[in-house]
Design a protein around this ligand. Structure first.
Ligand SMILES: [Zn+2]
Ligand SMILES: [Zn+2]
Length: 340
């Protein structure tokens, strides 16, 4: 089968590899749609750790091609499905306590096990979810990012949040915006670098935006929210955005750090922890959020399709990543159509 793989950072190759062999608990999925995420780009450029050579990708939708064991009766061949981006070993002390997210032997698609930018992907049956009949595979390809965003937004009690800021109007940031509005947050502001994305944020109900390339985000946000924002979500992956988050969070407000910030913070004044008592959460992955994700998709609560701006064939995976990495001005969700 064909697969988009990385042998060493910096280069994607399309090559022919064997279809994965299944163990008893495995499910083979025929991949239809695979989305590019910042983590995948990190595997390509080397700033996210990975066991090379590896097949890229962890966000996808597809259909079941084969079950590792007939006893997996929750599923049948042909079912449209999505899967989580990784799974714990299931046996260690952390996994036994339900903390598979922190399992030291965790399997992560597209990082230490072969991912979904291939004709087929093998996943553990514990992370496979059926896609409801009224949800297209174009919508379902975004399930991992939706679930990660649901988990991030759940960190805070939205009943107490009247104002919120999201740094980074990428795919996840725009989903968080939608979740915040669905959760009843009165005013949400977004900060980003690309007008195209900020305009989409406004179409999705964002109350105010600031382009950080044109204006100081701290000043612009405090003009909207003079007492600061009750909750601040950092999903841009930029260290300067995290610094700004501490400047714009309200006293005793919450900061949720989403995704991987790969830069270092040069200067940080920790006295903010005394003066403002901010509550800071990390947020990693999507554990426990898939049920709500499937329900949101089934109830058509989220706008997913307008975010798909580019489509490529599997053969053109390298071109797809180039559009992502070049930060092309009108690019948002880039999807690889593995099957028609
Ligand atoms: Zn991802
Ligand atoms: Zn484990």
């Amino acid at each position: 089968m064909k697969a988009a793989r990385v042998h060493e950072p910096g280069k994607i190759v399309i090559e022919d590899v064997p279809v994965p062999e299944l163990g008893d608990k495995d499910i083979l999925i025929a991949v239809h749609r695979a989305g590019i995420c910042g983590t995948d780009a990190g595997v390509v450029d080397g700033h996210v750790s990975a066991a090379y050579p590896v097949t890229l990708g962890h966000e996808f939708s597809g259909a079941i091609a084969e079950l590792g064991n007939p006893s997996l009766t929750d599923f049948k061949v042909g079912d449209p499905v999505i899967s989580g981006g990784g799974w714990g070993c299931g046996e260690c002390e952390r996994c036994q306590r339900g903390l598979g997210l922190y399992c030291k032997s965790r399997f992560s698609l597209g990082r230490n096990v072969d991912g979904c930018m291939a004709e087929y992907v093998k996943v553990d049956c514990r992370v496979v979810q059926k896609v409801p009949g009224n949800v297209s595979l174009d919508e379902a390809q975004n399930a991992v990012n939706i679930a990660c965003s649901v988990r991030a937004v759940r960190k805070v009690d939205l009943r107490k949040v009247k104002t919120a800021v999201v740094f980074g109007p990428g795919n996840a940031g725009l989903i968080m915006l939608q979740l915040l509005k669905l959760g009843g947050v009165g005013r949400v502001m977004m900060a980003g670098t690309r007008d195209f994305r900020l305009e989409m944020a406004q179409r999705f109900g964002c109350d105010a935006v600031v382009n950080v390339k044109k204006e100081d985000p701290v000043k612009a946000i405090l003009r909207q929210f003079p007492d600061g924002a009750d909750a601040v979500f950092e999903s841009s992956g930029r260290a300067d955005a995290l610094e700004s988050a501490f400047s714009v969070v309200a006293s005793n407000g919450a900061i949720v750090v989403f995704g991987i910030i790969s830069e270092k913070i040069r200067e940080f004044d920790p006295s903010v922890f005394y003066y403002k008592e901010p509550i800071v959460y990390g947020s990693k992955g999507a554990s426990g959020a898939y049920g709500e994700t499937i329900a949101l998709l089934e109830q058509k609560k989220l706008q997913i399709l307008p975010m798909i701006t580019h489509r490529f064939s599997l053969d053109d995976a390298a071109k797809a990543f180039k559009v992502f990495e070049d930060k092309v001005s009108d690019a948002l969700r880039i999807v690889i159509d593995v099957r028609p």
